[in-house]
Ligand binder design. Sequence first.
Ligand code: NAD
Length: 297
Amino acid sequence: MTEIIDGNAVAQSIRDDLATAIDQLADAGHTPTLATVLMSDDPASETYVSMKQSDCEEVGIEALDIDIDPDADAAKLYDTVSDLNADEDVNGILVQMPVPDHVSDRQVLRAIDPRKDVDGFHPENVGRLVAGDARYKPCTPHGIQKLVESAGVDTEGKEAVVVGRSDIVGKPMANLFIQKAPGGNATTTVCHSRTEDLPQKTREADILVAAAGVPEMIDGEMVKDGATVIDVGINRVDADNDKGYELVGDVEFESTKEKASAITPVPGGVGPMTRAMLLYNTVKATGLQHDVTVDLP
Ligand code: NAD
């Protein structure tokens, strides 16, 4: 029987378990606070930010919601980040990407105080992750580590194949898999748009992470018997329904399920974990900033 890994359930247990750390912070007089900054009128970005805010409220994290006119000068965003860096009541800062074309996303990421960079994208935090001394693991790959663990899969000595080399998913995922640490110690291959003979690589995988953003590009023929398959993709494809579209992953679910021992669905797999690990990082950040030891899940 193939296990369908329930991301909603694992995410809920992480949220429940964060209560201990949030209580420890409350005992020390601190309420974790996450500032979300949105400089966009893209409906998807608006939805992501409002989901992150309601997640915060649900677990007892204060959410500070800052909207910036997408036509404003880039300086407005940098000044806002600088004010949030200086605000001792703010523990985490998240600037929702993408930012408008006239704003440099690299410059924005560098402007965030690395101690408040709960996405883990600041170069200092990327460096620490690579060096095996992560302060904040990026939310999506960290969530995937938790999903793999929840399926009872030990990564040590396994062949892990990551399809995609983005800064937010593929690269940090591969870095976590190669760390000499729990959830790591895997022999790791990173595939990307220039990889030759992708199926030959994916068929080697004991653990396959698909993060290419190409609808259903991985099918059962590309997967080894018994593999654990993690589908990161969230792709809108036209559909004959009220919305006119549906969401599909990078994995063709039905044929892959026949081969895999465990697989994540889309939706309800990686997505809820990304959101839960943002809460985790915000709670961790609050403990670090106030020198309070917290027990994290
Ligand atoms: P990206 O576009 O930044 O990177 C995609 C990567 O895939 C690139 O490195 C590219 O080299 C590689 N790629 C593209 N086509 C390929 C092909 N045919 N063969 C092999 N490699 C190929 O995307 P991203 O931000 O990493 O996101 C990837 C997907 O994951 C998207 O669908 C995105 O919506 C989704 N995503 C989901 C979550 C979540 O929480 N579930 C979080 C982040 C991203």
